[in-house]
Design a protein around this ligand. Structure first.
Ligand code: DX5
Ligand code: ZN
Length: 220
């Protein structure tokens, strides 16, 4: 078993996006991570639902893993589900109604993910863990690619993994931010099942080799 690799297109060459996606898919990636930033919940602005729609229509078999870094996600989850998002992640910090928004995602037919920032404890999501398909533990503060991995977040991964066992739950545990062939190892040992990697994969050198490397170093 190896980690499921989710390359983040935030760091890709947008003018050659179709090629960039094909490269990682052929190399063994299973998810494609799409970062949606609203310039409010996080300082940056990225792209919107039309990107999800066009990537879905491109014929890629990758599961589209849409990470909503937006305030009031309840206003837009339906739009992203309709655009073709297989997984929709919402930050617990971005809404007063996390339970409702997760229900909305599931009702719209996508897999529901809750996301926690580095400053947010696992205890804040315990009441809704029974209803999620995936939990994303941010290993940087969201908003930018290319930041340094925060190793302290691995404790949260271990905590979630223990909770899963104790309560017979089966959600995936994803990490996002600063992931490379070194930082992924301890996180994988602690229970991570899905690893997002942006700048490590799309470094303009060899995205396919980077995806293969992440799979190889977690094959134990
Ligand atoms: C950060 C985004 C990440 C980003 C990761 O706010 O959520 O998905 O693309 O980039 P790297 O892997 O470069 O830290
Ligand atoms: Zn992300």
């Amino acid at each position: 078993m190896s980690v499921i690799v989710a390359p983040s297109i935030l760091a890709a060459d947008y003018l050659n996006l179709a090629d960039q996606i094909q490269l990682v898919e052929k190399a063994g990636a299973k998810y494609l991570h799409i970062d949606i930033m609203d310039g409010d919940f996080v300082p940056s602005i990225s792209y919107g639902p039309e990107w999800v729609k066009q990537i879905k229509a491109s014929g890629s078999q990758l599961a589209l893993d849409v990470h909503l870094m937006v305030n009031h996600p309840e206003k837009i989850v339906d739009v992203f589900a309709k655009a073709g998002a297989d997984i929709i992640g919402v930050h617990v910090e971005a809404t007063a109604h996390i339970h409702r928004v997760l229900q909305m995602i599931k009702n719209a037919g996508s897999r529901a993910e809750v996301v926690i920032n580095p400053g947010t404890p696992v205890s804040s999501i315990l009441p809704i863990l029974y209803m999620v398909d995936q939990v994303l533990v941010m290993t940087v503060n969201p908003g930018f690619g290319g930041q340094k991995f925060l190793p302290q977040e691995i404790t949260k991964v271990a905590e979630l993994n223990q909770y899963k066992k104790d309560h017979d739950l089966h959600f995936d545990i994803e990490i996002d931010g600063g992931v490379n062939d070194k930082t992924v190892i301890d996180a994988y040992k602690a229970g991570v099942t899905v690893a997002v990697a942006g700048s490590y994969v799309y470094d303009k050198l060899d995205p396919a080799a980077k995806v293969q490397k992440l799979i190889e170093v977690t094959d134990f």
